[in-house]
Design a protein around this ligand. Structure first.
Ligand SMILES: NC(=O)c1ccc[n+]([C@@H]2O[C@H](COP(=O)([O-])OP(=O)(O)OC[C@H]3O[C@@H](n4cnc5c(N)ncnc54)[C@H](OP(=O)(O)O)[C@@H]3O)[C@@H](O)[C@H]2O)c1
Length: 271
């Protein structure tokens, strides 16, 4: 398994990587670690200014080529614009990190917000894995990381549609892991728990920290564990505490009890 600190990583997953949802949080951590591994980058997010700032930082720190594309991954046309922005670069690694979440009561949330999650979190990865996976398979090497979540493993009240899209990513990645392995393309579903990103901090009320919940991770730890697992496993649950909690929920609890337990936690936070 290539380690991002080895030349073998850049040989297997370079010369360029695309990070979809790159300007902050876990996506920015992926971008920093990939640039440090010597990969050129295409960075995508909606806001141009944080993308440009990160691009400048990475060009200066690592001397890699960084292209930026401000665009909304929820739009069907995004995949075409991204392929165009990648012209002349061999993209050997796709990290699909962006997500839209609608936390709250399902019926009190406009249906447009649920559909937005479906478009950004589920349609987006299918479009990009299809568009960029083809050239990888033809070259006989490459990697795809799809960001899932601990919410992928059972229904999550108050985040039902978001959780369903994360289950979609998990199952999509596992299927592609098996299917594309023989074409030389490694696929991974990355399932973090709570991670201290601007998005998480915005969505999580201060009263939400539970004494029983695993400690939130730093974005860099999540990215590091994902890149280390790529090529070794179809799925990684990041963080020891999350692995233990997830083991209990999946193997010791019935599925019904897991949903009820999630519901109690989510009610404390968001009801
Ligand atoms: N943080 C957590 O606790 C946690 C836990 C489990 C799983 N995850 C998963 O980990 C991934 C990253 O989460 P995160 O908390 O770092 O970040 P996030 O808030 O979901 O998004 C971070 C990045 O994605 C971009 N982005 C968001 N929506 C976009 C869109 N429609 N089009 C293009 N870019 C978009 C954002 O920039 P712009 O706003 O400028 O577009 C930003 O650069 C997500 O897939 C999430 O589901 C996170």
């Amino acid at each position: 398994m290539p380690n991002p600190k080895d030349d073998a990583f850049a040989t297997r997953y370079g010369p360029a990587a695309l990070v979809a949802g790159a300007s902050e949080g876990i996506g920015a951590a992926f971008a920093r670690q990939l640039a440090a591994a010597g990969l050129h980058l295409v960075l995508v997010a909606r806001r141009a200014s944080p993308l440009e700032q990160l691009a400048d930082e990475l060009r200066t720190a690592h001397g890699v080529e960084v292209r930026t594309l401000p665009c909304d991954l929820g739009e069907e046309a995004a995949a075409g614009a991204i392929v165009k922005a990648c012209h002349g670069l061999d993209i050997g690694l796709l990290v699909y990190n962006a997500a839209a979440s609608s936390v709250g009561r399902f019926l009190d949330t406009p249906v447009a917000a649920h559909l937005r999650s479906v478009h950004v979190n589920a349609r987006g990865p299918v479009l990009l894995a299809h568009a960029l996976g083809g050239p990888m398979a033809r070259r006989g090497r490459g990697g795809i990381v799809l960001m899932s979540s601990l919410t992928a493993f059972q229904g999550t009240p108050f985040a039902a549609s978001y959780g369903a899209t994360k289950a979609f990513n998990l199952v999509l990645a596992e299927g592609l892991w098996s299917e594309l392995k023989e074409r030389g393309v490694d696929v991974l579903a990355c399932c973090p728990g709570a991670t201290l990103t601007p998005g998480y901090e915005l969505a999580t009320p201060p009263r939400a920290e539970s004494r029983f919940a695993p400690k939130p991770q730093e974005p860099a730890e999540v990215a590091r564990e994902a890149l280390a697992a790529l090529g070794r496993h179809p799925l990684v649950i990041t963080g020891r505490g999350n692995r233990i909690a997830s083991f209990a929920m999946r193997r010791l609890f019935s599925r019904r009890l897991a949903v009820v337990t999630m519901g109690k936690e989510m009610r404390k936070r968001y009801d």
